[in-house]
Design a binder for this molecule. Structure first.
Ligand code: NDP
Ligand code: A1CAB
Length: 279
């Protein structure tokens, strides 16, 4: 289908599942210039559906089939265990040319292609929660029938959420372990640093401000400075100073090994989710 750049109207997008990530995608669409009337969101609970309509001005309802009928782009944003039943609802009413975008962890593109009409364009995406402030990372993989225009349209939808990177589907479990789940590791570190500050006698407010600002500054420096993180770490470490004393403790407590083990566990869980629900 066209990516809409030459269309008089933007493609009609339906987001199935208005939870944490579904709502983030709704906001991204609005920021990217979609009109609220061109965005549908579905929810199981009427209360949550109304909340989304009131907050964003978009249409909301509890019928996936109803919104799928008019969608040019269908974004599947429910939990992996619900994807099968949602596809069974929408597949019979999907129009030819509708692009199906999924953000569910673990489930392979083949899972969708087997359940959707022959030739359906599927794009698998792994976003992350900083998308809500426009600083997310999304990795996109094309399904068998997703063409360059479909991928350009998906990039356009995700543009307001942050960086978009294309990768082959075989990398998606690893991607999920690093950027999908990764914000939780960063929040874990920020929380631990803030707690340490409180232990050392700082007020909680000051400790949290220092921890958040430091992690944010370090990430910006790593991104913009163009230098390897190990070099940046060395630059903080004065000979015989405080930082080497601290990093020795991180090594002694196996923090680097723990990060690697955490990422392996996330990758393995992503594979398991695929096997569990895709069968
Ligand atoms: N959170 C994250 O950081 C990331 C999540 N993902 C993926 O995004 C997907 C959604 O995750 P997340 O937003 O965290 O989960 P949430 O539970 O916050 O959102 C899912 C939403 O879908 C609703 N829902 C359940 N069943 C249906 C249905 N049949 N039709 C319509 N809506 C339904 C749920 O309602 P109810 O609560 O009433 O069941 C809930 O509000 C998952 O597949 C996850 O793997 C991907 C990357 C990052
Ligand atoms: O925890 C999860 O399963 C989802 C996928 C990546 C981040 N959150």
């Amino acid at each position: 289908m066209s990516d809409g750049t030459t269309d008089a109207r933007r493609p009609q997008v339906a987001v199935l599942g208005g939870g944490v990530m579904g709502e983030t995608i709704v906001s991204a669409l609005l920021q990217a210039g979609w009109a609220p009337e061109d965005v549908d969101v579905t929810e199981r609970s009427a209360l949550r559906a109304n909340e989304l309509s009131e907050r964003h001005g978009v249409r909301s309802c509890d019928s996936n089939a109803k919104v799928a009928r008019r969608a040019d782009v269908l974004v599947v944003a429910v939990k992996p265990n619900v994807v099968g039943e949602v596809l069974a609802e929408v597949s019979p009413v999907l129009r030819p040319g509708t692009v199906v975008v999924t953000i569910a962890a673990g489930l392979p593109i083949s899972f969708y292609e087997q359940r959707l009409p022959e030739g359906a364009a599927v794009v698998r995406v792994m976003p992350n929660t900083p998308a809500v402030v426009g600083r997310g990372v999304s990795v996109i993989s094309a399904g068998t029938h997703a063409g360059a225009e479909d991928m350009a349209l998906v990039r356009r939808i995700l543009a307001a959420t942050g960086i978009v990177v294309e990768a082959p589907e075989k990398d998606l479990d690893a991607v999920t372990a690093i950027s999908g789940s990764g914000p939780a590791y960063a929040f874990y570190l920020i929380d631990a640093m803030a707690e340490a500050g409180v232990l050392l006698g700082l007020s909680r407010d000051v400790a949290t401000t220092l921890a958040v600002g430091t992690v944010q500054g370090a990430a910006t420096l790593a991104q913009q400075g163009g230098e390897h993180p190990a070099i940046l770490r060395e630059r903080v470490s004065s000979p015989g100073g405080t930082t080497v004393a601290a990093v020795r403790e991180l090594d002694a407590h196996g923090v680097r090994a723990a990060v690697v083990a955490a990422a392996e566990a996330a990758r393995d869980r992503s594979r398991e989710l695929g096997a569990e629900y895709a069968g």
